[in-house]
Design a protein around this ligand. Structure first.
Ligand code: PLP
Length: 390
């Protein structure tokens, strides 16, 4: 793994060494159950409380009590959507952006099959939400507005404030999937005005299999997993203590990085990668270029090639990139996000996503540039594809 050029950090990140150091003792020495009344249990409970406080500071949760640990963002999203749809049974309409992650779109498609009306909010060519459509569709029938903070494929940052205000005015609940924002830009649950916000540890150098759900004060959470009284009766089951401790450490590290100007430095590295590819490889296009984007993500189209072939060729040379969300990539379909942005299926299929991390170096960007430009040239030579003149 250490020799890999890993540019797929929106799929998952390498756990930070400090995270591994922090969580390991919770497998070896402090393996108590947080619900136990003896000292081993107390140790574990204190560690979970400390992690909750660290995450609350990173995400502006107000109080740690507003956060419920889960198995990941998929569970957080599903729990939030289920709770929101049951909260006001007379309201049967849901608004969600067309570019949400499958962890939101699939449960909402199931709700649609159960009789909810699902309104998909359009995005423009740069991936920006159609705010007018949101305002026009919100009404007294609307149970929920679900919008991600940052798109996982393009890195486009959504303008949440005006639509959250409009949704609340219409009496609808608001769910935000903040998985790709967390640890990459300053995000505050309280300031966002959302009722539910989902997070996942493995996207910010924490361990896999642990996430969190913010629930606004006064909002009822309908547990997905009923069982013991863990997580203040919001999620049954013995806590994943090592995972939660790792999440807490990852949150503390991310907070330091944000405070020390990490995003600005990373955006410069990402911009250099993009500029060089556009300059040296004819027929390269940057998706979402006209919109605000998170610091680490670049989604590019190389005319005349197959994104999947490029991913395979790059991988042979040790460079990991992707054609979009890891779960959609394995389905071999053009990205629903790029299609929603108005690209044709062929254009969407010639696109790849590069996602950097705070550990990405200048040298790695140089090497990625070499590999990508060489691979695009070879693929075009094989297919006889010539990019359109600029
Ligand atoms: N939401 C977004 C925007 C994501 O990028 C992901 C991960 O790919 C998820 C949700 C699902 O997260 P998890 O793997 O923790 O279930």
């Amino acid at each position: 793994m250490s020799n890999l050029l890993y540019f797929d950090n929106n799929a998952t990140t390498a756990p930070a060494p400090e995270v591994l150091d922090a969580l390991w003792p919770y497998f070896t020495r402090h393996y108590g159950n947080p619900s136990s009344l003896h000292s081993a249990g107390e140790d574990a409970a204190q560690a979970v409380a400390a992690a909750r406080a660290a995450l609350a500071r990173l995400v502006g949760a107000g109080s740690p009590a507003r956060l419920c640990f889960t198995s990941g963002a998929t569970e957080s999203n599903v729990t939030a959507l289920r709770s929101a749809l049951r909260a006001q049974p007379a309201r049967r309409r849901v608004l969600a952006s067309a570019v949400e992650h499958p962890a939101v779109l699939e449960p909402l498609a199931a709700a649609e099959a159960d009789g909810f009306e699902l309104v998909r909010i359009r995005v423009d060519r740069d991936g920006r939400l159609d705010l007018d459509q949101v305002r026009a569709e919100l009404d007294e029938r609307t149970a929920l507005l679900s919008v991600m903070a940052v798109n996982n494929e393009t890195g486009v940052v959504h303008d949440l404030a005006p639509i959250v205000t409009a949704a609340r005015a219409a009496g609808a609940l608001v769910h935000v999937d903040a998985v790709q924002a967390c640890g990459k830009l300053t995000f505050s649950c309280e300031q966002s005005g959302a009722d539910f916000v989902a997070f996942s540890a493995h996207k910010l150098h924490g361990p896999k299999g642990v996430g969190a759900l913010y629930v606004r004060r006064g909002i009822e959470l309908e547990p997905l997993l009923r069982g013991g009284p863990q997580e203040s009766e919001r999620r049954g089951g013995t806590e994943n203590v090592p995972g939660i401790v790792g999440f807490g450490k990852a949150a503390a590290l991310a907070r330091e990085w944000l405070e020390q100007g990490g995003p600005e430095r990373l955006a410069k590295l990402r911009d250099r990668l993009e500029h060089e590819l556009v300059r040296t490889v004819a027929g390269t296009h940057v998706h979402g270029r006209g919109a605000p984007r998170v610091c680490n993500t670049s989604n590019l189209r190389f005319e005349g090639i197959s994104g999947e072939a490029l991913v395979a060729l790059a991988s042979d040379e040790g460079l990991c990139v992707s054609t979009g969300a890891a779960c959609s990539a394995s389905r071999h379909r053009p990205s629903h996000v790029l299609l929603a942005m108005g690209l044709s299926p062929a254009e969407a299929s010639s696109s790849v996503r590069l996602s950097l991390s705070r550990y990405t170096t200048d040298g790695e960007v140089d090497r990625a540039l070499e590999i990508l430009s060489g691979a695009v040239r070879r693929l075009r030579a094989l297919l006889g594809a010539v990019p359109a003149p600029r």
